[in-house]
Write a new protein. Structure first.
Length: 420
């Protein structure tokens, strides 16, 4: 297909993977009606055929029925015209074709279906440096199979530590740095993660208000819903696995784990490189609806006035009011995680009711400050000084599946398609 024919010959989208993000991505784009046809690569034959795929597609334990999601309680079933020979069906008027032959991206054959844009939702192919023909499969394999652009629904992971992304790859979060994407140069785009998306929208207003120099340090913990990588019941770890907690039942445990949100955040907000920052993650037994607890330490001006809870809430309320995309949401109501499920396009919902601040003096020994000369210490009465520091705790909710991630991933997908 030549450049520009995405519009003249019908918009087609390729989706690789049909797990949680893949299925909900299909829901999103069927409802959005931007693409005229969607080709989903499953890479294997599920169940006994197309009817079982339709059964999985049209109902969801978290979000309910597909026709209810699309049309409300008066909606009627929207999956019809199953064609086993063609591997296709009509979903609310959109043709959806399912491919079941190949799992390696380079073998999928996107060019045979005139697919130029692919969203890879498998979480298996995340290294943009691997060549298309890599034995285990590669994200770049989609390009070798005929696609012109590929979006990964997760942060990049590099096989060789210390390498950086190639020139044709970029990480973006909508509403934060989406303009870093250059359609003339970038072929591989990471949409980061649900946690990074929420965190970026929590951090950016604070950096805009205070600047990175005033933020002495920051930390976050995400209280995260279960994901498909976790076990329903305890299982023996696979060969070579060292994190024994990932094989414990998520149904009845709080499980400590890790998050790459700190590294990804520096890619989308470069100022974070100037701030000492640490990120942790805890998995809890809920289907979706997660929470970031952000703690920041701010150096105060000696003369005041000091930063208060109202100061922080005003920053977020104003930022939310100026965010025309609605990615940042501020509320003074008391919420629980279930209130976030399906909330459209809200990357972060700031619960202002629970914002807390406390100001105290911190002791700093100038003799231990790098670059501070002994001669300078000798000219002052004491080497230990006390400076006012305010610690702020901010809570941000996010629907880690549909509302806060898949819908925004859909915005990223459409924005890229519009420039192809």
């Amino acid at each position: 297909m030549g450049k520009g024919t995405l519009h003249s010959e019908g918009r087609k989208l390729g989706v690789n993977g049909f797990g949680r993000i893949g299925k909900l991505t299909l829901w999103h784009h069927v409802g959005r009606k931007f693409f005229d046809e969607i080709i989903v690569n499953i890479g294997r034959q599920p169940g006994s055929g197309l009817a079982d795929i339709a059964h999985y597609l049209e109902r969801d334990s978290t979000y309910g029925w597909l026709h209810g999601y699309l049309h409300g309680h008066r909606g009627l079933p929207v999956v019809e015209d199953l064609d086993e020979a063609d591997g296709s069906m009509s979903v609310d008027g959109i043709k959806v074709r399912f491919l079941t032959s190949h799992r390696n991206p380079v073998e999928i054959g996107w060019r045979d279906y005139d697919v130029r844009l692919v969203v890879d939702t498998t979480g298996q192919f995340l290294d943009p440096t691997l060549e298309p023909g890599h034995a285990g499969g590669a994200l770049r394999g989609h390009l070798g199979a005929g696609a012109e652009k590929v979006i990964a629904s997760a942060p990049f992971k590099f096989s060789n530590k210390g390498v950086s992304a190639p020139e044709d790859a970029v990480t973006t979060v909508m509403g934060i740095n989406e303009n870093d994407y250059d359609p003339r140069r970038h072929k591989i785009i990471s949409n980061a993660s649900c946690t990074t998306t929420c965190l970026a929208h929590m951090v950016k207003p604070l950096i805009n208000a205070f600047g990175p120099k005033k933020i002495m340090s920051a930390s976050m913990a995400t209280v995260h819903a279960a994901t498909g990588s976790q076990e329903v019941l305890d299982r023996l770890p696979k060969t070579g696995k060292t994190d024994l907690r990932k094989n414990r039942s998520i149904m009845n445990n709080i499980i400590l784990t890790t998050t790459g949100a700190a590294n990804a955040l520096r890619l989308v907000i470069p100022e974070m490189a100037e701030i000492a920052f640490i990120a942790e993650s805890v998995r809890v037994p809920v289907q979706t609806g997660s929470l970031i607890i952000l703690v920041i330490n701010l150096q105060e001006e000696p003369s005041g006035p000091f930063i208060t809870r109202d100061t922080i809430n005003d920053i977020f309320e104003q930022a939310a009011g100026q965010n025309t995309d609605g990615y940042l949401y501020f509320t003074n109501k008391q919420n629980v995680s279930g209130d976030m499920i399906g909330l459209p396009r809200v990357a972060a919902a700031i619960e202002g009711h629970e914002t807390h601040t406390r100001t105290a003096e911190a002791s700093i020994d100038l003799k231990k400050v790098p670059g501070f000369q002994d001669e300078a210490c000798a000219q002052i009465d004491k080497s230990i000084i006390r400076v006012p520091v305010t610690q702020a705790v901010i809570y941000g909710w996010y629907d880690n599946e549909m509302g806060s991630y898949v819908n925004i991933l859909g915005d990223r997908t459409v924005s890229i398609a519009e420039n192809m």
